[in-house]
Design a protein around this ligand. Sequence first.
Ligand code: GLA
Length: 394
Amino acid sequence: MQTTIKTQLINQFTALFANANATRLFFAPGRVNLIGEHTDYNGGNVFPCALDIGTYALVRARTDKLCRFYSINFPQQGVIEFDLDNLEFNSQHNWSNYPKGVMTEFIKAGAALTHGFEIIFFGNIPNGAGLSSSASIEVLMGTILNSYFGCNFDPIKIALLGQAAENNYIGVGCGIMDQFASAMGQANHAILLDCNTLNYSYAPLNIAGYKLVIANTNKQRGLADSKYNERLAQCRQALAILQQKLAIKALGEINLAQLEQQANLFSDPLIYQRARHAVSENQRTLAAVAALKANDLIEFGKLMQASHVSLRDDYAVTGIELDSLVSAAWEQAGCIGARMTGAGFGGCTVNLVAEAQVADFIQQVAQKYQQRTGLSAEFYVVNPSAGAHEITNS
Ligand code: GLA
């Protein structure tokens, strides 16, 4: 933990809430998904890892039911105040609707929230860039509530309550991937998660000689405003069509050959393409994890590339910025895999780059991307890290 962040949080807390006595510090990470995109809400597999960047909170319990929340990232919003007896969604409460949604879901799950809090939040993850800034604040709030109120929920339950907040309170029909990765991450490992059963296993990210490089298009996108819910609806439509012939509950249950056999059921080619992405991406994810386990990073990279092509052509969630950033990466020596990551429609790409060529990669890709789009990309070299936790020393 960077002491500068802790100092910043303490200084801000002291300035707003008189002193920082009896405070506790918590952290929940963002995530990057290596492969398995738009498969989670289709009951398929995903392969994300938690990052070493995310959201921090310096917390103090109050004796009454008032909550006073402040984010260093949104100073213009000031201190947002609400009462635990009135947790209704309030658009004026802006970003703090995320923690409020989690509080609401904890109450629904039987937790007794007997007192409010003073909290300073700070995220060192870019907002709205597809690295799960919202899941990290949800899992962070869940981890805080679980600890203060002795709920004894395990991290998977905390992830599920975070997802429920996003689905029911914020109104985005997201799957479980982001909250799961934020709650369950492990250093140097990615998580293979079957979103149908929630069975999971950790895979060591043995990429010696290579680095994970995230590139941010710096094209802002709001998940809630985006076409995310539309894709979800299209996949549900595809599933309903297939259910006329197949006894399945999710697209993740079939393979590409099984889908192709039913192609004539689809009168709208667009709906078929959406299903083809969900099904083929699920297969690619399992193949990629097998390649990683066999130390075949070149194959892993090829599958990342195929994933991007499918997200571009069948799922239509990329756009000029992501496509330009990914194609510039593909052209670059030392880059063995590159694809968009997260929901799409802007946000970030994830790249597997030979360690010795990272500096060159960043310089060249930045230049080409600038030429093609007029935008400046940002780059982060990241390491898979632990899930949400309280920071007790340093
Ligand atoms: C967002 C959602 C996730 C997942 C990805 C796409 O990050 O929150 O649940 O659907 O998009 O893979």
